[in-house]
Design a protein around this ligand. Structure first.
Ligand code: ADP
Length: 279
């Protein structure tokens, strides 16, 4: 579950907020697109979720973790709940595909044996079972993004955030990446994707949340479309913003606060699909 309750972010030195009173509730297993023009606040919202930035006001909970209780030192543990994929992949250039994925587990303290079991399964999931020995510069853009997804899924997070995952890819490759995200979603992982790719959004017919000037101006719950027309042309644009949120706000106080844990246990000898399905 992702919960933002009236989140406002004003960067130091800025007069206008990058986010203003944004409230959002993403259910477990949901697939959601976050769209907006450049400068609308998508990156800021993602940084709120990844704890790279803190809100000026408002409350954030992700995967049962109340960010008011989180400290920077707990961020590695947050990664167990929340995987992040970036537009520019952020791979380690001098490590192989296998090592890039293994590294995510190493820093989490997972045993070598467990790493040896898990990495091949994750690589198979993303279709890179034969590329483990390659270095990032020996891969296509789409393959690099698959490594990045594999790395973010290595710890089997419940939530995967992909910030413009297809921004550097051609349409066909982009489609493959989105299909992979959809497949991972099918195993039970909540997915939040920021994108400017109208075609992909319109083809997938998932929930679409639109930001404009830091405000949430549209929340199309099902079969959403990519529409950045804005409120002026579309009086209905704000129709479900803040919609039945009062009920959700109470969730914040009622929700069980789970302290970040360091456990990285992975069920043994279980295919990745089953492992992910379990989440
Ligand atoms: P998007 O991802 O939709 O392009 P951003 O979230 O990056 O938008 O930016 C939203 C607004 O916040 C913009 O006006 C931008 O200039 C401002 N902003 C973003 N990051 C910073 C920062 N680190 N310091 C000051 N202002 C920022």
């Amino acid at each position: 579950m992702i919960l933002l309750d009236r989140v406002t972010k004003v960067y130091p030195g800025d007069r206008t907020p990058a986010l203003l009173d944004v409230s959002l509730h993403v259910e477990p297993r949901e697939f959601m697109f976050l769209v907006g023009k450049s400068g609308a606040g998508e990156s800021t919202l993602i940084k709120m979720l990844t704890y790279e930035e803190r809100p000026t006001r408002g409350k954030i909970m992700v995967g049962g973790i109340d960010y008011d209780d989180l400290r920077r030192k707990h961020i590695p543990h947050l990664r167990q709940r929340l995987g992040v994929v970036y537009q520019d992949f952020k791979l380690l250039p001098h490590r192989t595909v296998y090592e890039n994925v293994a590294f995510a587990l190493e820093i989490a303290g997972v045993s070598t044996r467990e790493i040896q079991r898990t990495v091949p399964k994750i690589l198979e999931l993303v279709g890179l079972q034969d590329k483990g020995h390659k270095f990032p510069d020996e891969l296509s853009g789409g393959e690099r993004q698959r490594v990045s997804i594999a790395r973010s899924m290595a710890r089997q997070p419940k939530i995967l955030i992909a910030d413009e995952p297809t921004g550097n890819l051609d349409p066909e490759t982009s489609w493959g990446i989105v299909r992979l995200l959809e497949q991972i979603n099918g195993f039970g992982t909540t997915i939040l994707v920021t994108t400017h790719d109208e075609k992909i959004v319109n083809m997938l017919k998932k929930r679409v949340v639109t930001l404009k000037d830091g405000r949430m101006v549209e929340d199309q719950k099902k079969a959403g479309k990519y529409e950045l027309g804005g409120e002026a042309q579309k009086p209905r644009a704000v129709r479900s913003v803040g919609h039945d949120f009062s009920a959700k706000v109470s969730d914040v106080s009622k929700a069980r606060v789970v302290k970040p844990s360091v456990s990285t246990a992975t069920p043994k000898n279980r295919p990745v699909r089953k492992v992910i399905k379990r989440i």
